[in-house]
Design a protein around this ligand. Structure first.
Ligand code: NAP
Length: 301
């Protein structure tokens, strides 16, 4: 009996690649899109049913969960993938933009997760996979709103992983590095950025890699998280830039700081990261932290 997965935000990017991966692995798939014009996105895949969902609408979560369960009789895995990127200095970002970013990336995700938990608890099985980001692991400048929303996603996944273990429900967070998707062509930029920030923003984004991973890289990691027999692992990093972070934390934190400066490991890593973002990475940083993938990233900064 094939398992069933629900994935939000599947018209493009990582969500779409995830649908392709699970369909190819023989799963039943419930895909969501938010525009009627995208309902045919997966029409060449017979095991995929595509439904409309805007995750911002919290009142839609419970009826959607019921509808999703009816498609194939039960749901085994929920992937909270829908999200977007708000960018800009906090001072130039309106509180309305802040609320909207959290509504999609955090509150919508929480509402949908809540809607699936009663059935997961009743069947004493179910996996929730939340798409966070490496920006939720280490705060980049001009990203405070997006990064903090993704940090919330990573940490709430850890809380729920422990809270739901007694019911047989597993919770994971995926932390992708830079990926070549449409997300950077749809950036919600701070709506009143003071000119004083322009030079810093230009310098920061000029230092960013113009290339990233293919979305299929993260789809593979999501698949691994869905079939991993270890229920206790929460954080899965995807893409070469992301997978080098835990390695960098171990080594940069321990070796470069512990002995000479007596700073704890996490703080040592943070200082190295901060220097790299400011444009003067150490040789050790350059050795340990990999560049993102090689696919050109389309951006409209
Ligand atoms: N690309 C990266 O470098 C990267 C890195 C780390 C994490 N991520 C995360 O990965 C996830 C997927 O992003 P992506 O890079 O694949 O970008 P993408 O191609 O823009 O895909 C995002 C999807 O989410 C959908 N979406 C946005 N707001 C929604 C809402 N309110 N309700 C329902 N669907 C909504 C979008 O729908 P529309 O097509 O209608 O806009 C789109 O299909 C996001 O959570 C993102 O934050 C991406």
């Amino acid at each position: 009996m094939p398992k069933t997965i629900v994935v939000t935000g599947t018209a493009t990017g990582i969500g779409r690649a995830t649908i392709n991966k699970f369909a190819a692995e023989g799963w039943n798939v419930v895909a969501t899109v938010r525009k009627e014009s995208d309902l045919e996105t997966h029409s060449d895949l017979p095991s995929v049913k595509t439904l409309l969902l805007d995750v911002d609408d919290e009142t839609a979560a419970a009826p959607f969960a019921q509808l999703a369960q009816k498609q194939f009789g039960r749901v085994d895995v929920l992937v909270n993938n829908a999200g977007y990127y708000q960018m800009g200095p906090l001072e130039g970002t309106s509180m309305d933009q802040v609320h909207r970013q959290y509504q999609t990336n955090v509150f919508g995700l929480l509402a949908l997760t809540k809607a699936f938990l009663p059935s997961f608890r009743a069947q004493r099985a179910g996996i929730v996979i939340n798409i966070a980001s490496i920006t939720g692991d280490q705060g980049y400048p001009y990203n405070s709103v997006y990064a903090s929303s993704k940090a919330a996603v990573a940490v709430l996944s850890e809380s729920l992983s422990i809270e739901l273990a007694e019911f047989g429900v597993v919770v994971r967070a995926i932390l992708p590095g830079l990926h070549a998707t449409r997300i950077f062509t749809k950036i919600d930029k701070g709506d009143s950025i003071p000119d004083a920030y322009r030079a810093g923003i230009t310098q920061f984004f000029a230092g960013n890699s113009p290339t990233g991973s293919e979305p299929s890289v993260t789809a593979e990691v999501i698949y691994r998280a869905a079939v991993d027999p270890d229920p206790t692992t929460v954080r899965y990093y995807s893409g070469p830039d992301a997978v080098s972070i835990p390695r960098g934390k171990r080594i940069l934190g321990a070796e470069s700081y512990w002995q000479d400066k007596r700073i704890l490991g996490a703080e040592g890593y943070w200082q190295e990261f901060r220097n790299a973002v400011l444009g003067y990475p150490s040789d050790l940083w350059n050795t340990l932290i990999s560049k993102p993938g090689t696919t050109p990233v389309e951006t409209e900064i």
